[in-house]
Every structure is written in structure tokens, then in C-alpha cells.
Design a protein around this ligand. Structure first.
Ligand code: MOS
Length: 763
């Protein structure tokens, strides 16, 4: 065992190496843009230089002179596509702004032309020679710009279901011993996955094959078919590897159907690799948010009143919101709670989900406020959480399926050395450095969605698992292989996994941290079906219908009982009894509480995700506690984070190596979301300014020298058959608050607006 492969504790699988490790480090792994195509045309996008207005005309004469040019597609000659419907409103699309449909410009960087040429270089040169004349209108950039409109999220977006409230907030707040009112702000951020937004489309007969990095191949397949007005069976999406996504590749962006339509018209494969800066406007982003938190507490620290009001930016076209009050109103015990989320419209591209979409901004507000309250009460911030810990969420009084929040705080505190922290700010220095310690809670809902799988087991002990899951760096291949190996009683190395192909049995979006819980539940169920066939062969008499015979356990026959328990299987004997050499089973799994139309929706690429706070009789969350040490230079105000410690409990851990890796990446990103990452918007033009990896600050190794991940054992039998809680998005939540709480401890200065840069430190 190494640090990278932590020793498994109770209810944890082996830290086997990643299934895809060798192909990735040796460069064998083929990403979408690596797929070899026969004689492709290369596409290069031209995007709008204004955020609002209309195109008066194009001058293409210069562009047409480029040797190798094939075609230039603009709104004047583009194929008309079907009207798009937003992902969060029951459709497939990331935005309903449909480029190339008219001369109207609704956002900066809108696709306004696609240049096709025989080489990438020719397409790029011609694209740069396209001259566009516009009539520009004054755009609204963000919250403080003139011309925004604001309305409650509830009622505008079907995905946004509630403004949680309980009791009488106003009365309880008025009478509280101690009150806190504070406002918080988080910035625009872009996912910036390493792999660019690429799309290759190949038609063969009436069949379309799309090579595109996607977190949801069945969504992409159905969404593009709908836009093109063709049968979904005619579309196949292939992407065995996705080079980072973080939400940006979850819903269908307009580029795909545009490229598909052009490829059909040219009768030639078309390959697009959008540039880094185009990625800022042709896909989604994390919208900027604002929050007002009001907390009333008793002198002993118990919350008596909590109100969380949030506002999020969206486009004119779409009422998108992540809406995190469903989480923040349920984290701590409190009898009087109120909340509201508003959507503020500006002339922007439609935002979307980005790793821990609601949790990152909304827990920044709540977990900063909890730290502020602790200071007001002269209480240790961990003790404040302990006083308000609860096994039942306060809004509907539903029990958590399991909740190890305080165990995480205790373990994390021990590892971090929290007891040595000074409660008084600005009391610890080390030479020229002010030293501060801060902490915050993290939580993430456990979500699950229907999934199907096909499992083939051979007599010789080799197996193949087929499921249209997604390897986005999450370890999907690895944990699926482990789940199958465990259930089939064969070595991990004997399992082949096929994912990332919409011709495989459908799995949900690799989003909402639901992948492991959903795909492993489905794969384990289908492995059970395989075992059932084999046990039946071994127990031929038990398979006969015998009404007089008592069944075992929960109405199960002895065969089912054997198949579903851990009973070892004499595989070769069973195959010999069957007289065949391969057993193959297909099955469809859905989580408890999933609606009746779940399986049909699954095949249609629509999500029926259940879990989190939306279950009927319980609430499902993973928890953790994060600890940060900051050092701030007294003279330059440079901010360093020498130590990040996170302790997490997430049900059954399939693989401590991949789990640690996910959580470590999360902690680093969480720190980065506090100190580095922000997309700057030009207030006058509503355009993104730092749309490149030189100016958009990202952390490097030197920014995170010490990261420690502690995995706590936790068993949860009420959550899903696999006993798994999603952890992909748990790590980067609350870190931003912990950083600011540590900055307060170091300097006495409370920072409520992210990102914190050295010029914001006044100490
Ligand atoms: Mo993630 S933002 O759930 O793709």
C-alpha cells in the first residue's frame, strides 16, 4: 500500500490500479478528437464579437480565397434545426440559444459561422478572414449592470422544485439571543476541462456516428436526433475516454447538431475541435451568485432561525439555476427556516452545472456564516456544528440514511491538529507569515438513476461488462470491473469493461456523482442474474415449480437465495451442467422511488434521478469535514495554503485509490475556487476577458503542497443496493469557506466575496 492506494478499512474495496491507467499513461487511450476519420473536412468556428444585437452581413470574399476551403455556413445558408429545449426543463440542451438560426445575437461568442476546409490550418485561416458587420445593442453583463430582470426561480424551471421553509422564521429571528446577517458573493467560473470541446460526425448511409466527449452518451444521441428530426436509432455516440468534463459535457450543446447537419450536407466526415476561448461561450459555466444569510441562535449556539436567500445569473433565453437552498436549509437542526432563490437575467450564454453546482456557492455562504456565528458566540466552530448536528433534516423531518458529519470533524481535527488552533484571530505568526486555521462542513446528495447492463461470463472465468457509463477521470472502468469481479467471484484482471458508447445498455449522465451508485447497482444486479442461471444448473430440482415447497428468506427460492448471497459458486461445474460455455444476461435496474416511466425515459436519454432530499421517507447525503491552513505574508499579502485536510464518509468505498484521488482533486479545486478561479467579465461589452489558461488562474502543484484525504468507514444499507454514496463532488464543497475562515483566523479580516486575491487582504 502507498499513500495513493490507502489501506482499505471496513466496507471498502481493494485499491486496485486503474483499469485505464496503462492506456492513458502510454498514450494509447483514444479521445474523441483522436478517432481516425477517412478524408475529413475540418471545421473552424467563427463566434460573435458582440454580446447583443444582430448581424447585418458577412463579407466572405477574403475567406473564399483560402486554398482548400470547402464551404462557409452561416445563418443565411444553414440547415434549420428543430427548436431546442433546455436540459433543466425536460429537454436535452445546455441552452435554447440556437446559433445559425437567425441574424440575432443573444450572447458573446455565439457561433455565427462554421468554416469548412481540407485542413485545420486552412479552415482556421479562412475563419479569421471572415468579416462580419453588426448592429450592436448595449448588453447587460451581470448583477450590477443596468437592464437585468429578476424573478423567483420556483415556477420558471421544472428542475427547481422548492424554496424550503418551516416554522416562523421572522418571529424566531426577531426573538433570537444572537443574530447574524451577512452577504456573500461567488464569481463566474468555467470548467476548463483539459480536453477541448471536440465533435466529429460521420454519416454512413442514414446512420450518424458522433465522436464527442460526453458525460451522457444517451442524452447526446437522443438530443441530436431530436434536433436533426431523425430517429434516435440512427445515431451512435462513441467516447471511451473523456478528458475532463465537470458538468460542461453533460448536456447537449448546439455545436453537435450543427456539425452533424454539415457533415450530412457535405457527405463527408467533419471534425471540429473548438479552441480554448470558444469553450468559454459555446458551452456552459458556473454562474456568479449572491447570498444573504440570516441566522438567529441561542447563547449556547443552537440555531433558532435560518434564512438563505440566493440569486444567480442566467441568460435572457433560459431560466437556469442550480438552487442550493434545498441543501443549506437541511444541513443543521433548526425549527424556523426560510429561503428563496432568484434568477437574474443578463445578456450572457446560459450557465449550467459545474462540479457540485449548488453546493460550492451555497455552502460557501452557509459555512462562512457558521464560522462568523461561532466567533460571535466565542465558540469553537466544530462545537457549533456539534450542537446543531441532527439525524433528521429540519424541513420535512426525514431521517438521514446515515450521517457521519461529526465523526468526520473529529477525525479531520485530529489529523490536522485543530486543538492547537488559537481561537483569537491574528495571534499566530511564523516570521513574516500570519498563520490561520479554518474548517467547514461538506456534504453532497447521494443520487441514483436507472441503469441497464449486460454481463457475459465465460466458463474459463473471464467476463465482459457492457454499460454506457462514462470514464471522465472518475474511475468508472475500475469500479465497474471491481463490482463485477466481486459478484462473479473472479479476479479483477479477468473483467473487460465496455463503456462510453450509446449502442451499449443505457446508463445515466456521469453527473450528480451518481455514476458509481447507479452503474454498480445495475452491474451487481445483472451479475446476480448470471449467478442465478448457474446456480439453477447446479440445483436442477430447486428450479422446478413446487408449490408445496417452502421458499427461503424473503419469498426467495433456494436458487435465488444462493445467487444473491455471497455463496461461492463452482463455476466450471455449473457451466458443465448447463452444457454451454458462455452465460450472458441483460438487466435494467432502477432505484427505489424512481417513477414508473423510468426505463422508457432511460432509453430516451432522459434523467429520472432520485435521491438527496427528494426521497419520500428519508434523505441521502454523504458528509465530510475540511481543514485549511493559510499563511499570509505580512508585507506582500501573498496567500499560501500549505495544508488541506479532508475527512469523508461516503458509504461503501469501491476503491480507496480512486476515491482518494477524486477527493484530493476536489480539495485542490475547492481551494482554487476560493483563491484563484474567476472568469472576468467586461462590464461594458458583456464579454469574457480571461478566456485562456494563461489568464484564467488554475492551481499547480506548488499551490497545494500538502493534501491529506481521510476515508472514514461507513455502512449504509438504506441507500442503494451497492451501498455506495457518490463522492465525485464531495471534495470541492466547503473548501472555499474553510479557506476564508482560515484567512479570518490569520488576519481578523472576514472576506465574503470570492475569489480572494492578495489585493483583497488589508492586513
Ligand atoms: Mo457534474 S456538475 O454533476 O457533471
Amino acid at each position: 500500500m502507498t499513500i495513493a492506494a490507502p489501506q482499505p478499512k471496513a466496507n471498502m474495496g481493494q485499491p486496485v490500479p486503474r483499469y485505464d491507467a496503462v492506456p492513458k499513461v502510454t498514450g494509447q487511450a483514444q479521445y474523441a478528437a483522436d478517432m481516425p476519420l477517412a478524408n475529413p473536412a475540418y471545421a473552424y468556428l467563427v463566434t460573435s464579437a458582440i454580446a447583443k444585437g444582430r448581424i447585418d452581413g458577412f463579407d466572405l470574399s477574403d475567406a473564399r480565397k483560402v486554398r482548400g476551403l470547402i464551404d462557409i455556413v452561416t445563418h443565411e445558408n444553414a440547415e434549420k434545426l428543430k427548436e431546442p429545449k433546455l436540459f433543466g426543463n425536460g429537454g436535452y440542451m445546455s441552452t435554447t440559444i440556437q446559433p445559425l438560426a437567425s441574424a440575432e445575437i443573444a450572447q458573446d461568442g455565439q457561433i455565427i459561422a462554421v468554416v469548412l476546409a481540407d485542413t485545420f490550418e486552412a479552415a482556421r485561416e479562412a475563419a479569421h478572414r471572415v468579416k462580419v458587420s453588426y448592429t450592436a445593442a448595449t448588453p447587460t453583463a451581470s448583477f450590477d449592470s443596468p437592464g437585468t430582470t429578476s424573478a423567483r426561480a420556483k415556477g420558471q424551471l421544472s428542475q427547481f422544485k422548492e424554496d424550503p421553509k418551516v416554522g416562523d422564521f421572522a418571529d424566531a429571528f426577531a426573538r433570537a439571543d444572537v443574530k447574524l446577517v451577512a452577504s456573500y458573493e461567488t464569481p463566474t467560473q468555467h470548467h476548463n476541462p483539459m480536453e477541448l470541446f471536440a465533435t466529429s460526425c460521420v454519416w454512413s448511409g442514414g446512420q450518424l456516428t458522433i465522436y464527442e466527449p460526453s458525460q451522457y452518451v444517451h442524452g447526446l444521441k437522443n438530443g441530436v436526433a431530436e434536433q436533426l428530426g431523425i430517429d434516435a436509432d440512427k445515431v451512435r455516440v462513441i467516447n471511451p475516454y473523456v478528458g475532463g468534463a465537470f458538468g460542461s459535457k453533460g448536456s447537449v450543446t448546439p455545436r453537435t447538431a450543427i456539425i452533424a447537419a454539415i457533415a450530412r450536407k457535405l457527405n463527408r466526415p467533419v471534425k471540429l475541435v473548438a479552441t480554448r476561448d470558444q469553450g468559454f461561450t459555446i458551452a456552459t459555466y458556473r454562474a456568479e451568485t449572491r447570498h444573504v444569510i440570516q441566522i438567529g441562535a441561542s447563547h449556547d449556539g443552537r440555531l433558532v432561525a435560518l434564512r438563505h436567500e440566493g440569486a444567480e445569473i442566467s441568460s435572457r433565453a433560459d431560466p437556469y439555476a442550480v438552487g442550493g437552498t434545498k441543501i443549506t436549509t437541511r444541513l443543521y437542526a433548526c425549527l424556523n427556516v426560510d429561503s428563496m432563490v432568484s434568477i437574474v437575467r443578463a445578456d450572457r450564454n446560459t450557465p449550467g452545472f459545474m462540479r457540485s453546482p449548488p453546493e460550492v456557492p451555497y455552502l460557501f455562504a452557509l459555512e462562512s456564516a457558521m464560522d462568523e456565528l461561532a466567533f460571535k458566540l466565542d465558540m469553537d466552530p466544530i462545537e457549533l456544528r456539534r450542537v446543531n448536528d441532527t439525524m433528521n433534516e429540519p424541513i420535512g423531518n426525514k431521517p438521514y440514511t446515515s450521517r457521519s458529519l461529526m465523526a468526520c470533524f473529529d477525525e479531520g481535527a485530529r489529523a490536522f491538529g485543530w486543538s492547537k488552533r488559537s481561537m483569537r484571530p491574528r495571534t499566530v505568526t511564523d516570521g513574516d507569515w500570519l498563520v490561520g486555521h479554518g474548517c467547514a462542513a461538506t456534504c453532497y446528495p447521494t443520487q441514483m438513476a436507472p441503469a441497464a447492463a449486460r454481463v457475459r461470463l465465460q466458463r474459463d472465468g473471464r467476463a465482459r461488462v457492457e454499460i454506457a457509463g462514462h470514464e471522465i477521470g472518475n474511475g468508472a472502468y475500475t469500479v465497474i470491473a471491481q463490482a463485477a469481479a466481486d459478484r462473479l467471484g473472479i479476479p479483477y484482471e479477468k473483467v473487460t469493461v465496455a463503456i462510453g458508447d450509446s449502442d451499449l445498455p443505457p446508463a445515466p449522465v456521469a453527473g450528480g456523482s451518481n455514476s458509481t451508485a447507479s452503474t454498480c447497482s445495475a452491474v451487481e444486479m445483472v451479475c446476480g442474474q448470471v449467478r442465478q442461471r448457474l446456480f439453477k444448473a447446479l440445483m436442477p430440482n430447486e428450479g422446478l415449480v413446487d408449490k408445496t415447497k417452502e421458499t427461503v428468506g424473503m419469498g426467495q427460492t433456494p436458487v435465488t437465495q444462493a445467487a444473491q448471497s455471497g455463496q461461492p459458486l463452482d463455476r466450471e461445474k455449473a457451466f458443465d451442467a448447463l452444457g454451454i460455455s458462455i452465460v450472458e444476461e441483460y438487466g435494467e435496474w432502477k432505484p427505489e422511488g424512481a417513477p414508473l416511466d423510468s426505463f422508457r425515459a432511460m432509453h430516451d436519454g432522459k434523467m429520472r434521478m432520485v435521491g438527496g432530499s427528494e426521497m419520500k421517507d428519508r434523505i441521502a447525503y454523504a458528509f465530510g469535514a475540511e481543514f485549511v491552513e493559510v499563511r499570509i505574508n505580512r508585507w506582500t499579502h501573498e496567500i499560501r495554503v500549505p495544508r488541506l485536510v479532508g475527512a469523508f464518509a461516503c458509504g461503501r468505498i469501491m476503491n480507496p485509490r480512486t476515491a482518494r484521488s477524486q477527493l484530493m482533486g476536489g480539495l485542490i479545486w475547492g481551494m482554487s475556487s476560493a483563491l484563484l478561479e474567476a472568469t472576468e467579465i467586461d462590464e461594458r461589452t458583456a464579454r469574457y476577458v480571461n478566456d485562456n489558461l494563461a489568464d484564467y488562474l488554475l492551481p499547480v502543484n506548488a499551490d497545494a503542497p500538502g493534501v491529506e484525504v481521510i476515508l472514514l468507514p461507513e455502512q449504509d444499507d438504506r441507500i442503494d443496493p451497492a451501498g455506495v454514496k457518490g463522492l465525485g463532488e464531495l471534495g470541492n464543497v466547503g473548501t472555499n469557506a474553510a479557506v476564508c475562515n482560515a484567512i479570518f483566523n490569520a488576519t481578523g479580516q472576514r472576506i465574503r466575496k470570492l475569489p480572494v486575491r492578495l489585493e483583497n487582504i488589508e492586513a
